[in-house]
Write a protein that binds this ligand. Structure first.
Ligand SMILES: Nc1ncnc2c1ncn2[C@@H]1O[C@H](COP(=O)(O)OP(=O)(O)OP(=O)(O)O)[C@@H](O)[C@H]1O
Ligand SMILES: Nc1ccn([C@@H]2O[C@H](COP(=O)(O)O)[C@@H](O)[C@H]2O)c(=O)n1
Length: 216
């Protein structure tokens, strides 16, 4: 199989499904730059939080988009508070439009790129060569998020994490602007019963299945 010269890989899926781990691994495997697009929405949320803007105001959230670049490496991006606000402000069409060009430019790099998020295969890079929709049961995703948060020393309860995961799924899947759906042509990867290494190996296999066969 010949590896295509331009390889854009779109990885979408719900919260804590493991899409970021897979997308990062695909980037390393295929030598492609990777963008976690959730960070952009989290940065808008963090900017809003620090400035004291109202997450209920689309106008305030749009203003917060100006501050994204300086916040992308901030450790507070990972907090559940920021993630919750991100899932609210990401429903605003004005916020999605403000972040669109940056993501499309990343996807258009020579050679290709890997992007993960909620609307990569539907809106950002609908022409991507390989599209994956990564999922896992809400209970398994809650366990993974719980383990991640507790290992960072954050005191959380598993039940609360599950409630949060379900609320996030509901908001991300039912908003009118770029809802989370399996894109046309996206290959489903359910990682519920897989280790992270098994999930990456399967993702690599699925991406390689889209390569053109080389004539011998
Ligand atoms: N197959 C797996 N089995 C167990 N744990 C996993 C697996 N895949 C990822 N994880 C762990 O689950 C947590 C969430 O994974 P990851 O950050 O990749 O998910 P995500 O879908 O990108 O999350 P989000 O975008 O909502 O932040 C991480 O701690 C990661 O190490
Ligand atoms: N392409 C994307 C990426 C993310 N979002 C929203 O941001 C929230 C945080 O994302 P994480 O992947 O870091 O959990 C998420 O809940 C989505 O609402 C988005 O809309 N589109």
């Amino acid at each position: 199989m010949a590896e295509p010269s331009t390889l854009v890989i779109a990885v979408d899926g719900p919260a804590a499904s493991g899409k970021g781990t897979i997308a990062r691994g695909l980037g390393q495997h295929f030598g492609l730059p990777h963008l976690d697009t959730g960070k952009l929405y989290r940065a808008v949320a963090l900017s809003l939080l620090r400035w004291g803007g109202d997450p209920e105001s689309e106008f305030a959230a749009l203003r917060a988009c100006d501050e994204v670049s300086g916040l992308l490496d901030d450790p507070e991006l990972k907090s559940e508070t920021v993630g919750g606000i991100a899932s609210r402000i990401s429903a605003y069409p004005a916020v999605r439009s403000a972040l669109l060009e940056r993501q499309r430019d990343f996807a258009a790099q020579p050679g290709g790129a890997v992007l993960d998020g909620r609307d990569i295969g539907t809106v950002i890079a609908p022409g991507a060569r390989a599209k994956l929709f990564v999922t896992a049961s809400p209970e398994e995703r809650a366990r993974r998020r719980f383990a991640e948060l507790t290992s960072s020393g954050l005191p959380v309860h598993l039940d609360d994490v599950l409630i949060d995961i379900r609320a996030r799924d509901e908001r991300d899947s039912h908003r009118s602007a770029a809802p989370l759906v399996q894109a046309e042509g996206a290959m489903l990867l359910d990682t519920s019963a897989m280790t992270a290494a098994e999930a990456l190996a399967e993702a690599i296999r699925l991406v390689e299945s889209t390569f053109p066969s080389q004539d011998l």
